[in-house]
Design a protein around this ligand. Structure first.
Ligand SMILES: Cc1cc2nc3c(=O)[nH]c(=O)nc-3n(C[C@H](O)[C@H](O)[C@H](O)COP(=O)(O)OP(=O)(O)OC[C@H]3O[C@@H](n4cnc5c(N)ncnc54)[C@H](O)[C@@H]3O)c2cc1C
Length: 405
């Protein structure tokens, strides 16, 4: 006996997106999350222009904008040699996003609104329930084991969706999770008020020993996300706040901008984050969002990938639960995995290329010098990270030659 048709583990952007779409299609869907919303999530909190399409579709966009979320015109990347790549979302390359601007908003605000949209669409949402394991009938997943305030329970469903983020318990229990050996980086994330010179562009400052993302998140607050090699773990655990303060104070272009700033949230540390799965399904279960894969925060596409993955999975999850036989249901989930790979392959390639370049000062300095002189090429690259310019545009030999040749 199933308690519901589809059980979604995790109510972040991926879980909210898939649950919202399934509930709208009339599917009996239940979301479980260990947290109580609003809850924080370490993140640089930038959403690509194309993410707004899915937010609008979920009925979330106007609500998010009404909270005072910041609109970002583009991204500026400063290389260690001081050269700046300045790309805008609205540009003359012929590609247009759903919006000409990206959004930047605190995750407490964003995620609570998204989960609310899933609820409004008809999804049942239960907070404060931790999923500890999966239940199987032979090889098929038929439900999950839960812990609610220490009390053990069990929920059955015809399909279990793992949207439980990085270090997904469900992916681990299914034997699908793989921690990537490279890159191994840690992030320190916090918020400030009164940082000088924060404008309508998100900023990435790449240094030889890490990079920091800085952006207006609305309501006078600035999000700061510093990413450093995992080898710095001991220094960070000695005093994470002092580590961040020292790192910022040592950058002549940043230190004066933080002189009057006040930190308004604790420094949170997370990582290493790079992980992937062999495949995003097993009989009776499918993975989406960070539970399926995450690489590195540099390109800031995780939320879009989670939302888009949820949208794609919802279409096939319906077919999977309607399939007449277990074999037919498996074929539908395998098709979901293939579609996901086809959709994100280009993005994965670009992310890995950028991950390598950012970690190699000689390459990022070279790329920044070229792109600083060619705004058209910078706009294309920022459009790719904005999810509305196809990745192939920056993987072409001609593009790569113009940047590195
Ligand atoms: C430092 C950093 C900066 C980033 N910056 C950006 C950025 O600027 N822009 C961007 O687009 N992306 C960014 N990302 C990536 C982005 O945060 C993720 O890709 C995105 O949150 C993925 O959404 P999700 O729904 O898959 O997972 P999550 O948002 O992590 O949601 C997972 C949910 O599952 C719940 N959960 C977990 N385990 C269990 C369990 N056992 N039982 C029940 N519930 C559970 C959690 O409480 C959570 O609510 C960043 C990531 C990092 C680490």
């Amino acid at each position: 006996m199933s308690d519901c048709e589809v059980l979604v583990v995790g109510g972040g952007p991926a879980g909210a997106s898939v649950a919202c779409a399934l509930a709208r299609a009339g599917v009996d869907v239940h979301v479980l999350d260990r947290a109580h919303f609003p809850r924080p999530k370490p993140c640089a909190e930038y959403l690509s222009p194309e993410a707004s399409r899915i937010l609008a579709d979920m009925g979330a966009l106007e609500r998010i904008e009404a909270t005072g979320a910041a609109a970002l015109a583009g991204i500026r990347v400063r290389a260690p040699n001081g050269a700046v790549i300045a790309g805008d979302f609205a540009a003359s390359h012929g590609f247009r996003g759903f919006r000409d601007r990206g959004l930047s908003v605190r995750r407490e605000v964003l995620d609570a609104i998204l989960l609310d949209c899933a609820r409004a669409a008809g999804a049942k949402v239960t907070e404060g329930v931790r999923v500890a394991d999966v239940v199987r009938d032979g090889k098929r997943v038929t439900g999950v084991r839960t812990l609610t305030e220490g009390a053990a329970g069990e929920r059955r469903a015809r399909l279990v969706i793992a949207a439980d983020g990085l270090r997904s318990v469900v992916a681990k229990r299914l034997g699908l999770a793989r921690v990537s050996r490279w890159p191994r980086r840690l992030a320190l994330v916090t918020h400030y008020r009164d940082v000088d010179g924060v404008g309508e562009h998100g900023e990435m400052h790449v240094e030889r020993d890490g990079y920091v993302g800085i952006a207006d998140v609305g309501n006078g607050e600035t999000t700061v996300a510093l990413v450093v090699p995992a080898g710095r773990a001991a220094d960070i655990s000695a005093d994470r706040t002092a580590f961040l303060d020292r790192w910022l104070a040592a950058r002549p272009q940043l230190a004066p901008r933080f002189a009057r700033a006040t930190r308004v949230s604790p420094v949170v540390v997370t990582g290493p984050f790079a992980s992937h799965t062999r495949r995003a399904w097993v009989p009776g279960a499918a993975l989406v969002g960070d539970a399926a894969d995450f690489f590195d925060p540099f390109t800031g596409e995780g939320i879009y990938a989670a939302l888009r993955g949820g949208e794609m999975l919802a279409e096939l999850a319906r077919d999977s639960i309607a399939a007449g036989t277990p074999q037919a249901a498996n074929a539908v989930l395998a098709h979901y995995d293939a579609r996901r790979r086809a959709e994100f392959r280009g993005k994965w390639l670009v992310e890995r290329a950028i991950g390598t370049i950012v970690g190699t000062p000689m390459l990022i300095n070279r790329a920044a010098r070229s792109l600083a002189a060619r705004k058209d090429l910078a706009d294309l690259l920022i459009g790719v990270t904005g999810d509305f310019v196809p990745a192939r545009e920056v993987l072409r030999a001609g593009y790569l030659w113009a940047v590195f040749g």
